[in-house]
Design a protein. Structure first.
Length: 115
């Protein structure tokens, strides 16, 4: 059986919808409450490679903390990854990971490409 993990925030309606969508497909993912159990920089880098996306694609730019920290899209990848690892609320959610692939659930149906 393939392991499926969702970086989930139960307060986020999109995250709840993705979890519901997975359940509708018969998928029982491991639910990682990433705000309480934040991924480290290596895990974030892995997800970005698995999504084939730059760090800026996973960063919540509208989060006020991003501006407070002076984050900009042209900063080095490692700087953005380190910021997300240190401040997990900067991570866009939900992220679904299956083996060596990952998808951001925006829109929620985008995660279905993993299955």
């Amino acid at each position: 059986m393939t392991e499926v993990v969702i970086w989930h925030n139960p307060r986020c309606s999109t995250s709840r919808r993705v979890l519901e969508l997975l359940h509708e497909q018969g998928i029982q993912p491991i639910v990682r409450l990433y705000l309480q159990d934040p991924p480290d920089a290596d895990e974030i880098a892995f997800v970005l490679r698995a999504m084939d996306r730059p760090a800026g694609a996973l960063l919540r730019w509208k989060e006020p903390l991003a501006a407070e920290l002076g984050l900009q899209p042209d900063l080095p990848e490692q700087t953005l990854i380190a910021a997300m690892a240190t401040h997990p609320r900067l991570i866009e959610r939900p992220v679904v990971i299956r083996n060596d692939r990952a998808a951001l659930g925006r829109p929620p149906e985008a995660v279905l490409a993993l299955f």
